[in-house]
Design a protein around this ligand. Structure first.
Ligand code: PLP
Length: 287
């Protein structure tokens, strides 16, 4: 494996970062998770745009143009010789002193890792997964805005720990008002009477790129899709539930807080969207 590290592509064993890096000390940085399907970076522009928006919001000067960043990714993929992969792109504030002040960090650290990633076991994509809702609330947009894909993932980790302790695959966060926001690393969709619902990102969710791809696909297939707030009750009584994310891709949910969703199997709408999504990523790959 080869890793891009601050302008150079180095061996995995040599890819080292200072203990004074503020990404490590304070979670001061941003990241993206991106997939390569069939040799093509899926939704490359969308990921790069989101990365640069996150950077702008936290006043982090990446010091590379979007084109240079895209080329760095392409080069790292080529060097690793992989046609299907998961990319982790991280830009941290860089090395500074022990104070919080970003002005003490003259240069960001930029890392590109190209790896294989299977978030859930393969068979779960056939059967669906069990999830729960947890007491940990999604941070609200006037604190650390969930639209910033920052290195501060402790909230999401707490959610994942709660899922692990309950012996389920994933967990959903609600916002302070009790509306459903998203999973620890994925967005949620529910389907009721053939209408597809997903929470608006202003409730407190990352505006997922897979989420937006599924919205486009659903509309193309002629489904009615509503971005509107919903509660746990709506999830419990939905005909179908599924999650989306770059790492998770599209995965059905068959149980939420002990309530069986629909007939306990991935439903027809979910399957249709999943199939179309797979076709799309293949198609993109063949361009
Ligand atoms: N929500 C959170 C908190 C995430 O970390 C992710 C992963 O990137 C997502 C949702 C899904 O977003 P995307 O489809 O852009 O990967």
């Amino acid at each position: 494996r080869w890793i891009y590290l601050n302008g150079e592509i180095v061996k995995k064993e040599d890819a080292k970062i200072s203990v004074f890096d503020h990404g490590f000390l304070y979670g001061d940085g941003i990241f993206e998770g991106i997939r390569v399907y069939n040799g093509v970076i899926y939704k490359c522009k969308e990921h790069i745009d989101r990365l640069y928006d996150s950077a702008k919001s936290i006043m982090l000067d990446i010091g590379m143009t979007k084109e240079e960043m895209t080329e760095a990714m392409a080069e790292t993929i080529r060097k690793n010789g992989m046609r299907d992969a998961y990319i982790r792109l991280v830009v941290s504030r860089g090395t500074g002193d022990l104070g919080l002040d970003p002005r003490k960090c003259p240069k960001p650290s930029t890392i590109i890792i190209v790896e294989k990633l299977a978030l859930f076991p393969k068979e779960h994509y056939e059967t669906g997964i069990r999830i729960i809702t947890v007491p940990t609330r999604r941070n609200v947009p006037d604190a650390l805005n969930p639209k910033i894909k920052s290195l501060n993932y402790l909230n999401n980790i707490l959610v994942k720990l709660e899922a692990n302790m309950a012996g389920v695959s994933e967990a959903l966060m609600l916002n302070a008002q009790g509306y459903v926001c998203e999973g620890s690393g994925d967005n949620i969709f529910i389907i009721k009477n053939k209408v597809i619902y997903t929470p608006p990102s202003y409730l407190g969710a990352l505006e997922g790129i897979t989420r937006n791809a599924i919205i486009d696909i659903a509309e193309r297939l002629g489904y009615k899709l509503k971005e509107e707030p919903f509660t746990r009750h709506d999830v419990y009584t939905a005909d179908e539930v599924f999650l989306t994310g770059t790492a998770a891709e599209v995965i059905a949910v068959y149980e939420v807080d002990g309530r069986v969703v629909g007939d306990g199997r991935p439903g027809p709408v979910t399957n249709e969207l999943l199939e179309e999504f797979r076709r799309e990523v293949d198609k993109d790959g063949l361009q």
